[in-house]
Write a protein that binds this ligand. Structure first.
Ligand code: AVI
Length: 297
């Protein structure tokens, strides 16, 4: 039996082409998230680093090829090591090698894993004062509420007595959200449709890209931007031996991007044992970078 609602997990966006398209999205005028987070980091990095303290083990969820991780590594006092975690061996190798050569005194300990499941944190040569998880980019917003709580609980276990530095996108005018996920150049549309290209290439299906439309909108009841691929006619698509029927207007739900108020995020984090200690935002309160402390159980 086919599921009545068609969905694809958003993690499948990120093959080589999808990752490149996402990098392009991050540079778009409409996509305020990346530049706003970088602005906040640049403005407050000294304050952030003094909360993280000296000799911390910095654990980045997703691998660090961005300006943000360099900003932290440039400013941190004698970090005990840097642990990038990524599911892609290539991303990890590229980012790890670059950072190891840029920061010769830094011990880089890459972990190739799906960070939503259990994995071992490597022990560096230097003494670790505390473990700090770093989760930038509002990637947290792509979790549904239950997995979001489970992810925070996992951080709380990994970083007992330490903390979490996280980028969280905030609730705002729906028009701005609509623009951010419907850029005029159509890069987000290509990013969304790349899923169909990927399925065609990897599973031998026959999706016709012109027969599906990019549809992204803010759902205020759920507090999330939803991305869908909408069938533009009644059609049947074949994936291997399986035939899948699409009615005109029926969609494949490809991504949710949750937006939080500061209060909503703080109470979600509290249910996982994390306490918000400091919030940095931009003047328009579009985005936040937050430091949360993890209790020592
Ligand atoms: C990776 N993630 C935080 C992005 C977001 O905004 O939810 C992915 C994205 N989807 C469309 N544009 C960007």
């Amino acid at each position: 039996m086919q599921k009545p609602r068609k969905e694809l997990p958003s993690k499948y966006f990120y093959n080589e082409r999808g990752s490149r398209l996402f990098e392009q999205i991050c540079l778009l005028d409409e996509y305020y998230l990346t530049r706003t987070e970088l602005y906040i980091m640049q403005k407050w990095v000294q304050e952030m680093v003094s909360l993280l303290g000296p000799n911390c083990l910095l654990i980045e969820y997703g691998s660090g090829n961005s300006a943000k991780i360099r900003l932290l590594l440039d400013t941190l006092q004698t970090p005990a090591g840097y642990v990038p975690i990524d599911i892609s061996k290539e991303h990890l190798a590229r980012a790890g090698t670059a950072l190891a050569s840029e920061y010769p005194g830094l011990e880089v300990l890459p972990v190739c894993a799906d960070y939503t499941s259990a994995f071992e944190i490597p022990t560096p040569g230097k003494t670790v004062a505390r473990r700090i998880a770093y989760y930038p980019g509002s990637t947290f917003g792509n979790f549904n509420p239950e997995p979001a709580r489970n992810f925070l609980k996992q951080i709380a276990m990994v970083c007992q007595g330490g903390g979490l530095l996280i980028g969280v996108d905030l609730k705002k005018d729906a028009t701005l959200l609509h623009r951010a996920y419907n850029d005029w150049q159509g890069v987000t549309e290509q990013f969304n449709k790349n899923l169909l290209i990927r399925i065609n290439q990897e599973l031998g299906s026959n999706f016709q890209l012109g027969q599906f439309g990019h549809y992204a909108f803010y759902n205020p009841t759920e507090g999330r931007v939803e991305m869908h691929l909408v069938s533009l006619k009644n059609q049947t698509v074949r994936i291997g031996e399986v035939e899948i029927a699409f009615a005109l207007g029926e969609s494949i739900w490809t991504e949710s991007s949750y937006k939080y108020t500061l209060e909503e995020f703080a109470s979600l984090a509290a249910t996982a044992g994390l306490t918000v200690e400091h919030v940095w935002t931009d003047p328009q309160q579009f985005f936040s970078v937050q430091y949360l402390a993890v209790r020592n159980e």
